[in-house]
Design a protein around this ligand. Structure first.
Ligand code: GLC
Length: 422
Protein backbone atom coordinates (compact mmCIF):
# COMPACT_ATOMS: atom_id res chain seq x y z
CA UNK A 1 0.00 0.00 0.00
CA UNK A 2 2.73 2.35 0.99
CA UNK A 3 4.57 1.80 -2.30
CA UNK A 4 1.42 2.45 -4.30
CA UNK A 5 0.77 5.64 -2.40
CA UNK A 6 4.29 6.89 -2.71
CA UNK A 7 4.44 6.17 -6.41
CA UNK A 8 1.13 8.02 -6.76
CA UNK A 9 2.68 10.95 -4.98
CA UNK A 10 5.62 10.87 -7.37
CA UNK A 11 3.22 10.72 -10.29
CA UNK A 12 1.35 13.75 -9.01
CA UNK A 13 4.53 15.70 -8.63
CA UNK A 14 5.64 14.67 -12.10
CA UNK A 15 2.29 15.66 -13.56
CA UNK A 16 2.44 19.00 -11.80
CA UNK A 17 5.89 19.63 -13.16
CA UNK A 18 4.78 18.57 -16.63
CA UNK A 19 1.75 20.82 -16.75
CA UNK A 20 3.80 23.71 -15.46
CA UNK A 21 6.09 23.29 -18.46
CA UNK A 22 3.58 23.40 -21.26
CA UNK A 23 5.22 22.88 -24.62
CA UNK A 24 4.65 24.30 -28.06
CA UNK A 25 4.22 21.51 -30.59
CA UNK A 26 4.63 22.19 -34.30
CA UNK A 27 2.64 20.04 -36.67
CA UNK A 28 2.89 20.01 -40.44
CA UNK A 29 -0.46 19.60 -42.18
CA UNK A 30 -1.63 19.39 -45.74
CA UNK A 31 -3.77 22.19 -47.14
CA UNK A 32 -5.75 20.37 -49.83
CA UNK A 33 -9.44 21.29 -49.56
CA UNK A 34 -10.43 21.64 -45.90
CA UNK A 35 -7.33 19.88 -44.56
CA UNK A 36 -5.60 22.86 -42.99
CA UNK A 37 -8.73 24.21 -41.33
CA UNK A 38 -9.65 20.82 -39.86
CA UNK A 39 -6.10 20.20 -38.67
CA UNK A 40 -5.97 23.60 -36.98
CA UNK A 41 -9.31 23.03 -35.24
CA UNK A 42 -8.28 19.60 -33.97
CA UNK A 43 -4.88 20.82 -32.80
CA UNK A 44 -6.45 23.83 -31.03
CA UNK A 45 -8.92 21.59 -29.21
CA UNK A 46 -6.04 19.43 -27.98
CA UNK A 47 -4.06 22.50 -26.92
CA UNK A 48 -6.98 23.82 -24.92
CA UNK A 49 -7.51 20.48 -23.26
CA UNK A 50 -3.87 19.96 -22.29
CA UNK A 51 -2.58 23.48 -21.74
CA UNK A 52 0.04 23.12 -24.48
CA UNK A 53 0.34 25.27 -27.55
CA UNK A 54 0.32 24.28 -31.18
CA UNK A 55 1.85 25.75 -34.24
CA UNK A 56 0.26 24.45 -37.46
CA UNK A 57 2.55 24.57 -40.46
CA UNK A 58 1.03 24.41 -43.93
CA UNK A 59 2.92 22.33 -46.51
CA UNK A 60 2.80 22.11 -50.33
CA UNK A 61 -0.27 20.40 -51.82
CA UNK A 62 1.78 18.19 -54.11
CA UNK A 63 2.87 15.03 -52.30
CA UNK A 64 6.03 15.02 -54.42
CA UNK A 65 6.98 18.54 -53.29
CA UNK A 66 6.00 17.85 -49.72
CA UNK A 67 8.31 14.85 -49.54
CA UNK A 68 11.23 16.90 -50.87
CA UNK A 69 10.62 19.52 -48.18
CA UNK A 70 10.39 16.92 -45.41
CA UNK A 71 13.56 15.22 -46.55
CA UNK A 72 15.41 18.50 -46.38
CA UNK A 73 14.20 19.30 -42.86
CA UNK A 74 14.74 15.77 -41.57
CA UNK A 75 18.18 15.41 -43.13
CA UNK A 76 19.23 18.45 -41.09
CA UNK A 77 17.97 16.65 -37.92
CA UNK A 78 15.88 19.74 -37.33
CA UNK A 79 13.62 20.01 -34.28
CA UNK A 80 11.44 22.62 -36.01
CA UNK A 81 8.61 20.20 -36.76
CA UNK A 82 7.50 17.77 -34.05
CA UNK A 83 4.63 16.04 -35.87
CA UNK A 84 4.68 15.23 -39.58
CA UNK A 85 1.67 14.39 -41.72
CA UNK A 86 3.06 11.65 -43.94
CA UNK A 87 1.74 9.86 -46.99
CA UNK A 88 0.85 6.15 -46.90
CA UNK A 89 3.76 5.52 -49.31
CA UNK A 90 6.45 7.12 -47.13
CA UNK A 91 6.99 4.96 -44.03
CA UNK A 92 9.72 2.96 -45.79
CA UNK A 93 11.49 6.12 -46.93
CA UNK A 94 11.27 8.17 -43.73
CA UNK A 95 11.13 5.55 -40.95
CA UNK A 96 14.61 6.33 -39.59
CA UNK A 97 13.54 9.83 -38.57
CA UNK A 98 10.54 8.86 -36.45
CA UNK A 99 9.96 7.45 -32.98
CA UNK A 100 8.13 4.18 -32.27
CA UNK A 101 4.62 5.31 -31.37
CA UNK A 102 3.75 1.89 -29.94
CA UNK A 103 5.81 2.96 -26.92
CA UNK A 104 3.55 5.97 -26.36
CA UNK A 105 0.04 5.09 -27.55
CA UNK A 106 -1.97 2.34 -25.82
CA UNK A 107 -2.34 -0.91 -27.73
CA UNK A 108 -6.15 -0.81 -27.54
CA UNK A 109 -6.14 2.54 -29.33
CA UNK A 110 -3.78 1.31 -32.06
CA UNK A 111 -5.80 -1.85 -32.67
CA UNK A 112 -8.96 0.14 -33.50
CA UNK A 113 -7.37 1.04 -36.86
CA UNK A 114 -7.38 -1.03 -40.06
CA UNK A 115 -4.66 -3.67 -39.50
CA UNK A 116 -3.35 -3.30 -43.07
CA UNK A 117 -2.57 0.38 -42.49
CA UNK A 118 -0.98 -0.29 -39.09
CA UNK A 119 1.16 -2.91 -40.81
CA UNK A 120 2.02 -0.51 -43.62
CA UNK A 121 3.19 1.99 -40.99
CA UNK A 122 5.29 -0.56 -39.11
CA UNK A 123 8.90 -0.66 -40.22
CA UNK A 124 11.37 -3.10 -38.62
CA UNK A 125 8.93 -3.66 -35.78
CA UNK A 126 8.43 0.03 -34.97
CA UNK A 127 5.12 1.83 -35.48
CA UNK A 128 6.54 4.92 -37.16
CA UNK A 129 3.20 6.62 -37.82
CA UNK A 130 -0.43 6.43 -36.66
CA UNK A 131 -3.14 6.16 -39.35
CA UNK A 132 -5.05 9.45 -39.64
CA UNK A 133 -7.21 9.12 -42.74
CA UNK A 134 -7.32 6.74 -45.66
CA UNK A 135 -8.11 7.47 -49.29
CA UNK A 136 -9.08 5.71 -52.50
CA UNK A 137 -9.66 7.10 -55.96
CA UNK A 138 -13.37 7.35 -56.86
CA UNK A 139 -15.47 8.65 -59.74
CA UNK A 140 -17.59 11.76 -59.26
CA UNK A 141 -20.31 12.49 -61.76
CA UNK A 142 -23.05 14.99 -62.43
CA UNK A 143 -26.19 13.03 -61.64
CA UNK A 144 -28.37 15.81 -63.10
CA UNK A 145 -26.59 15.66 -66.46
CA UNK A 146 -26.54 11.87 -66.64
CA UNK A 147 -30.26 11.90 -66.02
CA UNK A 148 -30.84 14.61 -68.63
CA UNK A 149 -29.05 12.51 -71.26
CA UNK A 150 -30.58 9.21 -70.09
CA UNK A 151 -27.22 7.72 -69.10
CA UNK A 152 -26.15 5.33 -66.37
CA UNK A 153 -22.87 5.83 -64.49
CA UNK A 154 -20.24 4.20 -66.73
CA UNK A 155 -19.15 0.65 -65.95
CA UNK A 156 -16.07 0.70 -68.19
CA UNK A 157 -13.56 3.39 -69.16
CA UNK A 158 -14.67 2.95 -72.76
CA UNK A 159 -18.22 3.79 -71.71
CA UNK A 160 -17.02 6.78 -69.74
CA UNK A 161 -15.19 8.01 -72.83
CA UNK A 162 -18.40 7.89 -74.89
CA UNK A 163 -20.76 9.31 -72.29
CA UNK A 164 -18.35 12.12 -71.45
CA UNK A 165 -18.09 13.08 -75.11
CA UNK A 166 -21.82 13.00 -75.75
CA UNK A 167 -22.73 15.13 -72.74
CA UNK A 168 -19.81 17.52 -73.24
CA UNK A 169 -20.81 18.11 -76.86
CA UNK A 170 -24.51 18.37 -75.99
CA UNK A 171 -23.89 20.95 -73.27
CA UNK A 172 -21.55 22.94 -75.47
CA UNK A 173 -24.17 23.01 -78.21
CA UNK A 174 -26.61 24.40 -75.65
CA UNK A 175 -24.28 27.26 -74.85
CA UNK A 176 -21.86 26.13 -72.13
CA UNK A 177 -18.69 26.21 -74.18
CA UNK A 178 -16.62 25.58 -71.05
CA UNK A 179 -18.10 22.13 -70.48
CA UNK A 180 -15.57 19.28 -70.22
CA UNK A 181 -16.18 15.56 -70.23
CA UNK A 182 -13.63 14.36 -67.69
CA UNK A 183 -11.09 15.93 -65.36
CA UNK A 184 -8.44 14.12 -63.37
CA UNK A 185 -4.81 14.44 -62.19
CA UNK A 186 -2.28 14.32 -65.02
CA UNK A 187 0.47 16.67 -63.90
CA UNK A 188 3.84 14.91 -63.60
CA UNK A 189 3.70 14.22 -59.83
CA UNK A 190 2.63 11.55 -57.38
CA UNK A 191 -1.06 12.12 -58.15
CA UNK A 192 -0.52 10.90 -61.72
CA UNK A 193 1.07 7.73 -60.37
CA UNK A 194 -2.22 7.15 -58.54
CA UNK A 195 -4.45 7.83 -61.57
CA UNK A 196 -2.33 5.85 -64.02
CA UNK A 197 -2.06 2.90 -61.63
CA UNK A 198 -5.87 2.85 -61.54
CA UNK A 199 -6.16 2.73 -65.34
CA UNK A 200 -3.55 0.00 -65.57
CA UNK A 201 -4.81 -2.13 -62.70
CA UNK A 202 -8.40 -1.81 -63.96
CA UNK A 203 -7.26 -3.34 -67.27
CA UNK A 204 -5.57 -6.20 -65.43
CA UNK A 205 -2.14 -4.73 -66.15
CA UNK A 206 -0.74 -5.15 -62.63
CA UNK A 207 0.82 -2.77 -60.15
CA UNK A 208 4.07 -1.58 -61.84
CA UNK A 209 6.27 -3.66 -59.54
CA UNK A 210 4.86 -6.86 -58.04
CA UNK A 211 5.11 -7.72 -54.37
CA UNK A 212 8.05 -10.02 -55.04
CA UNK A 213 9.99 -7.14 -56.59
CA UNK A 214 9.62 -8.12 -60.25
CA UNK A 215 8.92 -5.30 -62.67
CA UNK A 216 5.61 -6.03 -64.37
CA UNK A 217 4.66 -2.71 -65.94
CA UNK A 218 5.78 -3.49 -69.48
CA UNK A 219 2.71 -5.43 -70.65
CA UNK A 220 -0.01 -5.09 -73.27
CA UNK A 221 -2.82 -4.32 -70.86
CA UNK A 222 -0.86 -1.52 -69.26
CA UNK A 223 -0.04 -0.08 -72.68
CA UNK A 224 -3.68 -0.31 -73.74
CA UNK A 225 -4.77 1.53 -70.59
CA UNK A 226 -2.32 4.39 -71.13
CA UNK A 227 -3.15 4.62 -74.83
CA UNK A 228 -6.85 4.95 -74.04
CA UNK A 229 -6.13 7.67 -71.48
CA UNK A 230 -4.05 9.51 -74.11
CA UNK A 231 -7.11 9.72 -76.37
CA UNK A 232 -8.90 11.77 -73.71
CA UNK A 233 -6.51 14.70 -73.92
CA UNK A 234 -7.95 17.40 -76.13
CA UNK A 235 -11.13 15.32 -76.67
CA UNK A 236 -12.97 14.98 -73.34
CA UNK A 237 -10.27 16.52 -71.14
CA UNK A 238 -8.49 19.83 -71.79
CA UNK A 239 -4.78 19.96 -72.68
CA UNK A 240 -4.46 21.75 -69.37
CA UNK A 241 -5.22 18.54 -67.50
CA UNK A 242 -1.56 17.66 -68.10
CA UNK A 243 -0.91 20.22 -65.40
CA UNK A 244 -3.80 19.40 -63.06
CA UNK A 245 -3.47 18.09 -59.55
CA UNK A 246 -6.42 17.35 -57.22
CA UNK A 247 -7.41 20.95 -56.59
CA UNK A 248 -7.42 22.04 -60.25
CA UNK A 249 -9.71 19.14 -61.13
CA UNK A 250 -11.99 19.95 -58.19
CA UNK A 251 -12.11 23.63 -59.18
CA UNK A 252 -13.43 22.80 -62.65
CA UNK A 253 -15.90 20.16 -61.46
CA UNK A 254 -17.19 22.25 -58.57
CA UNK A 255 -17.82 25.25 -60.77
CA UNK A 256 -20.12 23.07 -62.87
CA UNK A 257 -17.89 22.61 -65.90
CA UNK A 258 -17.19 18.89 -65.97
CA UNK A 259 -19.36 15.80 -66.31
CA UNK A 260 -16.93 13.39 -64.60
CA UNK A 261 -14.06 13.80 -62.20
CA UNK A 262 -11.59 11.35 -60.67
CA UNK A 263 -10.69 12.47 -57.20
CA UNK A 264 -10.39 11.44 -53.55
CA UNK A 265 -13.30 11.50 -51.09
CA UNK A 266 -12.41 14.96 -49.70
CA UNK A 267 -14.02 16.57 -52.77
CA UNK A 268 -17.46 15.36 -51.64
CA UNK A 269 -17.92 17.69 -48.65
CA UNK A 270 -16.71 20.66 -50.69
CA UNK A 271 -18.80 19.76 -53.74
CA UNK A 272 -21.90 19.72 -51.54
CA UNK A 273 -21.08 22.88 -49.59
CA UNK A 274 -23.39 25.89 -49.83
CA UNK A 275 -21.03 27.81 -52.09
CA UNK A 276 -20.69 24.93 -54.57
CA UNK A 277 -22.31 25.31 -57.99
CA UNK A 278 -22.97 21.57 -58.08
CA UNK A 279 -24.41 21.12 -54.59
CA UNK A 280 -26.99 18.31 -54.67
CA UNK A 281 -26.20 17.51 -58.33
CA UNK A 282 -23.36 15.08 -57.81
CA UNK A 283 -22.90 11.43 -57.01
CA UNK A 284 -19.99 9.03 -56.73
CA UNK A 285 -19.25 5.47 -57.81
CA UNK A 286 -16.29 3.14 -58.02
CA UNK A 287 -13.94 3.95 -60.91
CA UNK A 288 -14.76 2.17 -64.18
CA UNK A 289 -13.32 -1.19 -65.26
CA UNK A 290 -10.81 -1.54 -68.08
CA UNK A 291 -13.26 -3.27 -70.43
CA UNK A 292 -15.76 -6.01 -69.61
CA UNK A 293 -13.00 -8.30 -68.32
CA UNK A 294 -11.38 -5.59 -66.28
CA UNK A 295 -12.05 -4.66 -62.66
CA UNK A 296 -13.14 -1.70 -60.59
CA UNK A 297 -10.19 -0.41 -58.66
CA UNK A 298 -9.03 2.67 -56.81
CA UNK A 299 -5.52 3.51 -55.65
CA UNK A 300 -4.94 3.37 -51.91
CA UNK A 301 -3.94 6.75 -50.54
CA UNK A 302 -4.07 8.26 -47.11
CA UNK A 303 -2.13 10.13 -44.47
CA UNK A 304 -0.53 9.29 -41.16
CA UNK A 305 0.93 11.25 -38.26
CA UNK A 306 4.52 10.64 -37.19
CA UNK A 307 6.66 12.13 -34.42
CA UNK A 308 10.16 13.29 -35.24
CA UNK A 309 13.12 11.72 -33.45
CA UNK A 310 14.60 15.20 -33.25
CA UNK A 311 11.62 16.66 -31.39
CA UNK A 312 12.45 18.20 -28.01
CA UNK A 313 9.00 17.15 -26.77
CA UNK A 314 8.38 13.74 -28.31
CA UNK A 315 6.17 12.51 -25.47
CA UNK A 316 3.82 15.49 -25.70
CA UNK A 317 3.89 15.36 -29.51
CA UNK A 318 2.80 11.70 -29.33
CA UNK A 319 -0.11 12.78 -27.15
CA UNK A 320 -1.20 15.20 -29.88
CA UNK A 321 -0.99 12.36 -32.41
CA UNK A 322 -3.10 10.12 -30.16
CA UNK A 323 -5.70 12.88 -29.89
CA UNK A 324 -5.87 13.69 -33.61
CA UNK A 325 -6.09 10.06 -34.70
CA UNK A 326 -8.75 9.17 -32.08
CA UNK A 327 -12.27 7.95 -32.82
CA UNK A 328 -13.93 11.26 -31.95
CA UNK A 329 -11.56 13.37 -34.00
CA UNK A 330 -11.77 11.06 -37.03
CA UNK A 331 -15.54 11.20 -36.71
CA UNK A 332 -15.52 15.00 -36.75
CA UNK A 333 -13.24 15.04 -39.80
CA UNK A 334 -15.42 12.49 -41.61
CA UNK A 335 -18.60 14.50 -41.04
CA UNK A 336 -17.15 17.92 -41.77
CA UNK A 337 -14.64 17.13 -44.48
CA UNK A 338 -15.50 13.64 -45.81
CA UNK A 339 -12.07 12.33 -44.79
CA UNK A 340 -12.16 8.54 -44.59
CA UNK A 341 -11.61 7.22 -41.09
CA UNK A 342 -9.00 4.52 -40.50
CA UNK A 343 -11.18 3.06 -37.73
CA UNK A 344 -13.54 0.42 -39.15
CA UNK A 345 -16.26 1.10 -36.54
CA UNK A 346 -16.76 4.61 -37.91
CA UNK A 347 -18.05 3.16 -41.19
CA UNK A 348 -21.06 1.96 -39.20
CA UNK A 349 -21.61 5.21 -37.34
CA UNK A 350 -25.01 6.65 -38.31
CA UNK A 351 -23.97 10.28 -38.18
CA UNK A 352 -20.95 9.56 -40.38
CA UNK A 353 -23.07 7.63 -42.90
CA UNK A 354 -25.69 10.37 -42.98
CA UNK A 355 -23.03 12.94 -43.87
CA UNK A 356 -21.16 10.73 -46.36
CA UNK A 357 -23.46 7.94 -47.56
CA UNK A 358 -20.85 6.46 -49.91
CA UNK A 359 -18.61 5.54 -46.97
CA UNK A 360 -21.11 2.71 -46.59
CA UNK A 361 -21.91 2.06 -50.26
CA UNK A 362 -18.26 2.04 -51.38
CA UNK A 363 -16.81 0.37 -48.29
CA UNK A 364 -15.37 -2.46 -50.41
CA UNK A 365 -13.61 0.05 -52.67
CA UNK A 366 -11.90 1.54 -49.65
CA UNK A 367 -10.81 -1.68 -48.02
CA UNK A 368 -9.71 -3.30 -51.30
CA UNK A 369 -7.90 -0.30 -52.75
CA UNK A 370 -4.78 -1.15 -54.74
CA UNK A 371 -1.49 -0.20 -53.08
CA UNK A 372 1.32 1.49 -54.91
CA UNK A 373 4.52 -0.59 -54.76
CA UNK A 374 6.03 1.37 -51.87
CA UNK A 375 6.59 -1.57 -49.56
CA UNK A 376 8.72 -3.57 -52.01
CA UNK A 377 10.66 -0.60 -53.44
CA UNK A 378 11.25 0.83 -49.93
CA UNK A 379 13.52 3.87 -49.89
CA UNK A 380 13.59 3.86 -53.70
CA UNK A 381 9.83 4.26 -54.05
CA UNK A 382 9.96 7.95 -54.83
CA UNK A 383 12.44 7.45 -57.66
CA UNK A 384 10.47 4.53 -59.08
CA UNK A 385 7.24 6.52 -58.90
CA UNK A 386 8.86 9.54 -60.60
CA UNK A 387 10.00 7.32 -63.46
CA UNK A 388 6.48 5.94 -63.73
CA UNK A 389 4.61 9.25 -63.68
CA UNK A 390 7.03 10.76 -66.18
CA UNK A 391 6.42 7.81 -68.51
CA UNK A 392 2.64 8.14 -68.11
CA UNK A 393 2.91 11.88 -68.72
CA UNK A 394 4.85 11.29 -71.94
CA UNK A 395 2.18 8.93 -73.25
CA UNK A 396 -0.62 11.34 -72.32
CA UNK A 397 1.22 14.20 -74.05
CA UNK A 398 1.51 12.17 -77.23
CA UNK A 399 5.33 11.95 -77.03
CA UNK A 400 5.34 8.14 -77.20
CA UNK A 401 3.03 5.17 -77.47
CA UNK A 402 2.20 3.18 -74.37
CA UNK A 403 4.10 0.13 -75.59
CA UNK A 404 7.31 2.02 -76.46
CA UNK A 405 7.38 4.12 -73.35
CA UNK A 406 6.67 1.18 -71.03
CA UNK A 407 9.52 -0.81 -72.60
CA UNK A 408 11.84 2.11 -71.74
CA UNK A 409 10.41 2.36 -68.29
CA UNK A 410 11.07 -1.31 -67.67
CA UNK A 411 14.80 -0.88 -68.40
CA UNK A 412 15.01 2.21 -66.22
CA UNK A 413 13.29 0.49 -63.31
CA UNK A 414 15.50 -2.52 -63.82
CA UNK A 415 18.63 -0.36 -63.50
CA UNK A 416 17.16 1.41 -60.48
CA UNK A 417 16.42 -1.88 -58.77
CA UNK A 418 19.74 -3.46 -59.71
CA UNK A 419 18.01 -6.43 -61.24
CA UNK A 420 15.03 -6.63 -58.90
CA UNK A 421 16.92 -6.21 -55.62
CA UNK A 422 15.27 -3.04 -54.45
C1 GLC B 1 -3.82 11.93 -51.85
C2 GLC B 1 -3.52 10.55 -51.28
C3 GLC B 1 -2.05 10.31 -51.23
C4 GLC B 1 -1.46 10.51 -52.61
C5 GLC B 1 -1.77 11.90 -53.12
C6 GLC B 1 -1.29 12.08 -54.55
O1 GLC B 1 -3.43 12.92 -50.96
O2 GLC B 1 -4.09 10.42 -49.99
O3 GLC B 1 -1.78 9.02 -50.75
O4 GLC B 1 -0.08 10.27 -52.64
O5 GLC B 1 -3.16 12.12 -53.08
O6 GLC B 1 -1.59 13.32 -55.05
Amino acid sequence: MRTVLSSMAVATVALGAWSAQAATISISCGAVGLELELCQQGANAWAEQTGNEVNVISTPNSATERLALYQQILAANSADIDVYQIDVIWPGTLANHFIDLAEHIPEDQISQHFPAIVENNTVDGALVAMPWFTDAGILYYRSDLLEKYGKQPPVTWQELTETAKEIQDGERAEGNDKMLGFVFQAKAYEGLTCDALEWIDSFGGGTIVAEDGSITVNNEKAAEALDLAATWIGAIAPEGVLNYSEEEARGVFQSGNAVFMRNWPYAWALGNADDSAVKGKIAVSALPKGGEDGKHTGTLGGWQLAVSKYSANAEIAADLVAYLTSYDEQKRRAIEGSYNPTIAALYEDEEVLAAVPFFGALYETFVNAVARPSKVTGAKYNQASSEFFNAAHDVLSGKASGADRLADLESTLDRLSRGGRW
